[in-house]
Write a protein that binds this ligand. Structure first.
Ligand SMILES: O=P(O)(O)OC[C@H](O)CO
Ligand SMILES: [Mg+2]
Length: 289
């Protein structure tokens, strides 16, 4: 009989080798064996992964960079959390980070279905009703969005060095416009933006659609996946980048269970910790310290 950790290992290997993406991502149990970590692992408490832990696959050969937006460039995940906590409180339930981890990064309707189903309120509130209800609250919050630490420095650096950059976000166009309205100049540095309601994004993250569309739209695209570096904060987004065959750096919220960090090639506590030269990109001239 298989032990629980071994069962997780078997699922993991089947999943990766078949190149399929899951509908939902189950976390590894805490303390999963080191051998299940196919790429670099990192403990969120220990900040950035040592350079030696970065795999060789795309290292030194990155030519293009794709950014996630919510929770990575913009501090917007807190708005979703706040609103969802309020809604669940009405049903005497709490919104926890295991549900948050599954929802983040996904298209709105996909996240909404997870929310009502997994919190057990689907008999009282449909996914569609949930979206309508949270919308009025989010509309007021999104225009106040702040940048995440290091986002401006990194985007300006890569753009200034001529590295093509773009965004692949699960957010639809109307929310994108609200969230970025205070940051138009910075976001204008992007070569292009692929949003969740883009016709080429048939399925949201963890499907690779958004990242593959983003790769195709570079001037010299489609770019060979191993030459692309993706920055993500969400488990579904990290998996989407891997499903697209790309390199991925995860910058997770520290409250996210560390078991979600095993898929990324590198895990950083902040964009400020990124060292471009580890990936063959021009190094920063400044120091953030
Ligand atoms: O993290 P993003 O940018 O793909 O956005 C996804 C949702 O809008 C928020 O989780
Ligand atoms: Mg995100």
């Amino acid at each position: 009989m298989l032990t629980t950790p071994t069962r997780f290992v078997a699922l993991r290997i089947t999943f990766r080798s078949s190149n399929k993406f899951p509908i939902s991502i189950a976390p590894f149990p805490k303390g999963c064996p080191q051998k299940t970590v196919i790429r670099a692992s990192a403990n969120l408490q220990t900040m950035s992964t040592p350079a030696a832990a970065v795999t060789d696959a795309g290292r030194g050969s990155i030519t293009h960079v794709i950014f996630d937006m919510d929770g990575l460039l913009l501090d917007t995940e807190k708005f979703y959390t706040e609103v969802q906590e309020k809604i669940l409180a009405r049903y005497n339930k709490t919104f926890d980070w295991s549900l948050k981890a599954k929802m983040m990064g996904r298209k709105a309707i996909e996240a909404a279905r997870l929310f009502v189903d997994e919190s057990g309120i689907s008999d009282s509130l449909s996914a569609e009703e949930f979206i309508v209800e949270r919308e009025s609250m989010l509309q007021d919050l999104f225009p106040t969005s702040d940048l995440m630490p290091g986002a401006s420095r990194l985007l300006r650096h890569l753009h200034g060095k001529g590295i093509p950059i773009c965004i692949a976000t699960g957010t639809h166009t109307r929310h994108f416009d609200l969230k970025t309205q205070r940051h138009r100049e910075l976001f204008s540095l992007m070569h292009h933006v692929v949003r969740g309601d883009d016709p080429e994004v048939k399925q949201g993250k963890p499907a690779p659609d958004g990242f593959l569309a983003a790769s195709r739209r570079f001037e010299d695209g489609p770019v060979y996946p191993q030459k692309v570096l993706v920055f993500e904060d969400a488990p579904s987004g990290v998996q989407a980048a891997k499903n697209a065959g790309m390199n991925v750096i995860m910058v997770p919220d520290p409250r996210l269970d560390k078991s979600y960090c095993n898929v990324a090639d590198q895990v950083l506590a902040s964009l400020l910790d990124f060292k471009p030269e580890e990936w063959g990109l021009p190094s920063f001239q400044d120091s953030h310290n």
